[in-house]
Design a binder for this molecule. Structure first.
Ligand code: HEM
Length: 196
């Protein structure tokens, strides 16, 4: 859930992730016209961590952290790109200098990104004891974001397979019936027999 700390994944419902992270949801207005905070509900979307884009920019050296809801669909390489980006931070090669406040990442277009490296080995612990390597976390975040962008992906593929099987069967039957019905017309011969 680290991805939610610094940016929104606005399309994901609380029920998909458990409500534990949705503690203070802004709601209102109440009977007196005042906005108030309430505990999260299963039907809440993840709240945006910043009240507006300007606040987000000013907290991130002027760079706007994008909403990650559909990021895997919005970038070539999808989840592979996210994984590479998260694990790809390194020193700039000789001759390349990066402006103050930016970080070198060869996977980002232009090479200089406004997001600092977020994942390091052991920055968190897995409850099941999985070694918390940066690449393990990057993989988990990437597949989570892939799921967030296309939660219906697997169902869609299964449905497409069923549809293809159905349509190929229907097509064969239709083709057979068409040939059968047209056979009379296709095989007829019109001949002129002059009167004797
Ligand atoms: C594991 C958690 C995170 C993930 C998966 C993630 C992912 C991303 C992705 C995919 C981009 C867009 C790159 C592109 O446009 O191709 C991005 C940009 C950005 N992220 Fe993150 N991020 C994470 C954590 C953070 C954190 C903790 C911060 C802030 C402290 C942050 C700040 C930013 C900023 C400012 C940008 C815009 C960079 C620019 O346009 O130069 N990110 N992030």
């Amino acid at each position: 859930m680290a991805a939610v700390a610094c940016r929104g994944v606005r399309t994901v419902l609380g029920k998909s992730a458990g409500t534990s992270i949705l503690t203070h949801i802004d709601d209102g207005p109440d009977d007196e016209g005042m906005m108030f905070k309430r505990p999260g509900k299963l039907s809440d979307y993840f709240p945006n961590p910043y009240p507006n884009d300007e606040a987000a920019r000013s907290a991130n050296n002027g760079a706007l952290p994008p909403d990650l809801s559909y990021i895997t669909s919005a970038r070539h390489g999808g989840e592979n790109y996210i994984f590479s980006l998260l694990t790809g931070y390194c020193d700039p090669p000789a001759g390349v200098s990066v402006r103050e406040g930016l970080y070198y990442n060869p996977y980002f277009v232009g090479g200089a990104i406004g997001m600092a490296q977020a994942l390091y080995n052991e920055v968190m612990e897995y409850s099941d004891g999985t070694p918390a390597t940066a690449s393990q976390m990057a993989k988990d975040v990437s597949v989570f974001l892939k799921w967030a962008a296309e939660p219906e992906h697997d169902d869609r593929k299964k449905m497409a397979l069923k549809a293809l099987m159905m349509f190929s069967m229907l097509f064969s039957i239709t083709y057979y019936i068409k040939r059968h019905k047209w056979a009379v017309l296709k095989s007829r011969k019109i001949a002129y027999k002059p009167p004797q």
